[in-house]
Write a protein that binds this ligand. Sequence first.
Ligand code: ATP
Ligand code: MG
Length: 314
Amino acid sequence: MTHVTDLAGWTLVYSGKVRDLYVPTDLMTDDDTWTGDPLKLSPVALVVASDRVSAFDEILEPEIPGKGALLTSLTRWWFDRLPEVPNHLAYAEDDRYRDLPAIPDSVADRAMLCRTLDMFPIECVVRGYLTGSGYREYVATGGIGGLRLPEGLQDGDRLPEPVYTPAWKAPLGQHDENISYERTVELVGETVAEQLRAISLAVFQHASEVAEERGLILADTKFEFGADRELGIVTLADEVLTSDSSRYWDLEAYLAGATPEIRMASFDKQIVRDWLAANWDRSAQAAPPTLPAEIVEQTAERYRALVERLTLGL
Ligand code: ATP
Ligand code: MG
């Protein structure tokens, strides 16, 4: 695990592959024997995106400089563009939060103050194009998570319409697993399962249009949702539509390119995945190799380029 920042007034309660979650230290219990979930103790959490990069569910070395700030600014930008979708941002000026410790300057550009939600254990994946693990599963089974797809599709092909292919969110250290929509109904009940699917597809559709206006294809993405503890409503959480949670391709290159590499010239961590696939035998159970400097720099450049293309229209 890479370096986790100490933040005055805040206690680290969860460290994921990319994000660290803190709650106000004042709200923590002094009882050493208490074994509950510390996130339940606080109505807010400081979600801090690190510069860590993960692929195939492994945290890699070294970090990608600036990545946490880029992910955070993109998430905020998209939340602003989705005013009709309830999201987890909390506002420090809200009276309910007036006694919170300040957000330390050292993490201000990569931290979001969020309401703590009861997260649903589902990764809400939407695909407009078929690639990656979805394509591999399609080749093996003719569909994804039990959802059948048309025959004869190639890597990178556009799907007749966007599909919702949820995954079960595995606990840290385990691999997520594609599941059927029916399985999500068993996990969270029909009402919530339907909302997760409907909101995911609607946000994907809207975001695809925004991306296309900027010369980008949103190929696929993953959302996470939780239940708001006060209002009970399904709320969009985590990061949204970033280069970690999504695949973005250059529209012109896609239309012009014959090979998958040219068609899918991407603004995401595909460079890392491709390098790792070529240089690491996953089945041997060894730790992944350290990323070379040029892969780190290229990835940082791709992440920066996406933020510029989307938010500045460059
Ligand atoms: P990944 O989600 O990319 O597979 P991960 O599960 O290791 O990786 P991170 O994304 O690094 O996790 O950490 C963020 C964690 O915080 C996730 O478990 C996510 O579900 C959770 N989370 C995000 N927003 C909230 C929120 N508002 N309230 C409670 N938990 C949240
Ligand atoms: Mg996550």
